[in-house]
Design a protein. Structure first.
Length: 275
């Protein structure tokens, strides 16, 4: 079912782009005056709806392949010659006693191999080998693609969650097999992206409440006809709708609670705190 919704999402998105460039291309399918506004309303809403339905139906199981960190072998410390006390059969009178030394051979334990990258960009990164599990934020400012993967089969079933907003915040679980990204800029640990003071105005992107943006009531200045999406988040897993507190598709006035984990928005214009 998720394959159908993904196909419908791409068809709607392509139809939206074609309609905005040349509205008359749909003259044989639609009655009445065909305008860009009408095209945006029809295919814009369809695009967002099919994307959300795809996310809902995507399998969130994460019990398959898990990239394993190299195991550290135990190295035993070898002990050298044991104390040996040997006495000659015939000892001359007044001969000094024989001294026996004990030697110990020490070996160092190999250092455990750990992912050394503090940030990463385009590519498919194996969790536990190339990158550590954790919560990351991208530096990009435009549409991109990212995906949490549970396998390497190249199938839709291998996708745990994905998206195309940026800057984005994503929590990569220890049980994820890999993380794929393209065009999102550099991903760094989210705590390294906090500003000195939480902002009270912002536009497109995903933000941690209390860190990137302040809690409060905000108004978006986007047009009512804009293709817009916003959501209050309880986590950054993006797996289905489990992390979504509430969401919408119109610029509006919304109260972001201090207990919210995050807030994401795209196409709604600028949000400004009013209370």
């Amino acid at each position: 079912m998720e394959n159908l919704f993904l196909l419908l999402f791409f068809v709607s998105f392509i139809a939206l782009i074609v309609g905005l460039i040349k509205p008359t291309a749909f003259s044989s399918f639609m009655k009445g005056e065909i305008t860009r506004k009408k095209i945006a309303m029809i295919f814009g809403i369809a695009t967002v709806a099919f994307f959300i339905l795809f996310g809902i139906t995507t399998d969130t199981s994460t019990n398959n392949q898990v990239a394993q960190q190299p195991a550290t072998e135990n190295t035993q410390v070898a002990t050298g010659n044991e104390n040996q006390n040997s006495t000659p059969a015939n000892v001359a009178e007044n001969q000094a006693p024989t001294k026996t030394e004990t030697k110990t051979t020490s070996t160092s334990t190999p250092t455990e191999t750990k992912p050394a990258v503090a940030s990463f960009g385009n590519g498919t990164h194996i969790v536990g080998t190339d990158i550590k599990a954790g919560t990351y934020r991208s530096s990009g400012k435009s549409t991109c693609y990212w995906a949490r993967q549970k396998g390497f089969g190249g199938q839709l079933d291998d996708i745990i969650a994905n998206g195309n907003n940026s800057p984005e915040i994503v929590t990569i679980a220890v049980s994820d097999a890999a993380f794929q990204t393209s065009g999102c800029g550099q991903w760094v640990a989210v705590e390294n992206t906090y500003p000195a003071t939480p902002a009270t105005s912002f536009s497109n992107g995903t933000f941690e409440v209390g860190k990137h943006i302040a809690a409060g009531t905000y108004r978006a200045d986007g047009s009512p006809d804009s293709l817009c999406y916003w959501a209050r988040l309880s986590n950054f897993s993006h797996a289905g709708i489990s992390g979504v507190i509430t969401n919408g598709n119109l610029p509006t006035v919304i109260s972001i609670s201090a207990s919210d984990k995050g807030f994401t928005t795209f196409g709604c214009g600028n949000w400004t705190k009013i209370q």
